[in-house]
Structures are given as C-alpha cells and as structure tokens.
Design a protein around this ligand. Structure first.
Ligand code: SF4
Ligand code: SF4
Length: 162
C-alpha cells in the first residue's frame, strides 16, 4: 500500500461535483443497489468512498476503479445522505485524468468527439447500408463548438497527448 494522502478527501470534495464524499457515512446502500457492482467485483462505490476518506490516493487515482461507473445515478436515489456517488465519480475521474489515468476506450471516444462532434460514430457496415439505401452521408457536426469547449477545458491537449 502506498503512503496515505490525508488531504485527499478534501481535494476530491473541492473538485466540482465532489462534495458528496463529505456526507458519506459508509452505510453501503449505494453498493447494494449499484447495477455495475453486481457484474464487476472490482466496482464497489461504498468502498471507493472509503478509500477516498482514508486517503488512498494512488489506489483510487492510478487504477481503473473510477472508470467502471455507468452514471445511472441509482446511488443518488438510494443514498440516505444525498451524497451522490455517481457525481463524486466525475470528480475522481477528473483527478485521475490529470494523472493520465484514462482508459483507452474513453480516449477513443474523446478523439471521436473532437474529430466528428460525436462520441459514437456508425461502423462501416452501417455506413455501407446507408449508402445502399441511398441515404445521405453522415457529416461531422458541431465540431467547431466542441473544439472551443474542449480547448477551454484543456481536454483537447490531454487527449492529444495520449
Ligand atoms: S449510500 Fe451514501 S452514505 Fe451510504 S455508503 Fe453510499 S455514498 Fe456513503
Ligand atoms: S451511478 Fe455509478 S456508482 Fe452509482 S449506482 Fe450507477 S453505476 Fe453504480
């Protein structure tokens, strides 16, 4: 185990959307109702909150733990404290991304967003089908607006450097 960062909870709480971690009482209702926790044994939102509270910074930010969440927000409905883990997950991901911990699939989606204005683009078979049906080609959309937003957030540089 790496050295504890006793300031880690405050750092997460100070990232936009991260304040919910301050409310957590470790009841476990989020883990009990999380659909991903049923499928992925590594994903346990209560445990992730505990790791943040304890200051296990490296274990949280340098591994895959923040990236399993589906952002379904069931935990928001279930948390007795209103401490939405799904929102805190965004704060943790922002910190993880600064450490260059971004899964390849997320990088690919971000690149697609920068290049085409879409996170998900149709696969070749769909494009061929559209062509055979005489449908118009799918053009990039809103790319200039997306680029402006990503430049302001510096996400474009982060993604291009990967
Ligand atoms: S449901 Fe809320 S209070 Fe309970 S462990 Fe999850 S985040 Fe913490
Ligand atoms: S938002 Fe994430 S952590 Fe919360 S229930 Fe959905 S998948 Fe689980």
């Amino acid at each position: 185990m790496s050295a504890l960062d006793l300031d880690f909870m405050r750092k997460v709480a100070n990232v936009p959307r991260g304040r919910g971690v301050l409310l957590c009482i470790q009841c476990g209702r989020c883990s009990g109702s999380c659909p991903i926790a049923r499928l992925v044994t590594d994903h346990n939102p209560r445990r992730l909150m505990e790791m943040v509270i304890l200051g296990l910074r490296s274990e949280v930010l340098l591994q895959g733990l923040p990236w399993y969440c589906l952002s379904c927000f069931t935990c928001l409905d279930r948390c007795p404290q209103g401490g939405d883990v799904g929102e805190v997950m965004f704060a943790i991901r922002n910190l993880a991304a600064k450490e260059r911990n971004i899964p390849a699939g997320v990088v690919a989606q971000a690149r697609s967003l920068i290049d085409t204005g879409r996170v998900v683009n149709p696969v070749k078979s769909i494009l061929n089908k559209r062509k055979s049906l005489g449908l118009a080609e799918i053009a990039p959309t809103g790319v200039e607006d997306v680029k402006k937003i990503l430049k302001r957030t510096a996400l474009d540089r982060l993604i291009r450097s990967r």
